[in-house]
Design a protein around this ligand. Structure first.
Ligand code: SF4
Length: 247
């Protein structure tokens, strides 16, 4: 009976989490570059990079993966979401964020008034760490050049780092994600280019595991800050006063 109640609670929390982000649909006045012609050179370079990732065995993760997961999305995206590494679903399909976390990320993107095809989605390591453990420093160091090349090709206006490993890697810090999230940092991928704004926020998997109104609101606040940076307005009905849906 107790087990049944717990299952019910988890189910209710999941429904509420889904409703929260589904309910926040933002009417953006302009989509993030969906109309822009795609640059053939960038597309070709990203395809080449994906081939190199497929062939890569620079770290041990290359020997345990099923499929490499280079990343996917709009090569002219204004926003690049960066997670920590592929999970089981991603490893099976060779695509980033397609499991439960990915479904929640899709809802967050839609709530922002965008489509998944408007943004680019990838990870700091391109192969699944066994048992979904965090990627090790040597694995991140081996794989980071791929992400840096992706960012230098796409040159987004904003990088959204999902979770502590991605944020700590790109900002080269050990601070907790709770301290880092919510404000912009400068990310420099080389010494010559202007910095890119980087917004850390909680990983969708963390949100699923640590369900609370407060955590959901924090992620939404972070995404609103990103929208504001891009000049995309948050509609009046999606103001901070909007009540959280009841259970
Ligand atoms: S995780 Fe990165 S560096 Fe390691 S094998 Fe995969 S693609 Fe290569």
């Amino acid at each position: 009976m107790k087990e049944e109640r717990n299952l019910r609670k988890v189910f209710d929390q999941h429904v509420k989490l889904e409703e929260f982000f589904t309910g926040f649909s933002v009417k953006s006045q302009k989509p993030v570059q969906p109309q822009q012609p795609q640059n053939n050179d960038i597309i070709a370079e990203l395809k080449q990079l994906a081939k190199e990732v497929d062939a890569c065995r620079k770290c041990v993760l290359g020997t345990t993966r099923t499929n490499a997961v280079p990343g996917e999305g709009n090569p002219n995206a204004d926003i690049v979401f960066v997670g920590e590494g592929p999970g089981a679903d991603e490893d099976a399909q060779g695509r980033p964020f397609v499991g439960r976390s990915g479904q929640l990320l899709d809802k967050i993107i839609i709530a922002m008034g965008l489509k998944r095809s408007d943004v680019y989605i990838c990870n700091i390591v391109k192969c699944r760490p066994p048992e979904n453990r965090e990627p090790r420093p040597e694995e991140i160091i081996s794989c980071l050049p791929f992400l840096k090349r992706q960012l230098s090709l796409i040159r987004p206006q904003v990088i959204v780092c999902l979770g502590a490993p991605a944020t700590r890697t790109l900002l080269e810090t050990n601070k907790p994600i709770g301290q880092l999230r919510g404000k912009f940092y400068d990310f420099n991928f080389d010494d010559f280019s202007p910095p890119i704004k980087l917004m850390p926020t909680f990983h969708p998997a963390y949100l699923l595991r640590n369900y609370s109104d407060e955590n959901r609101r924090k992620v939404w606040e972070d995404m609103k800050t990103v929208l504001a940076e891009l000049g995309l307005p948050v509609g009046a009905k999606h103001s901070e006063d909007r009540p959280v849906p009841k259970k």
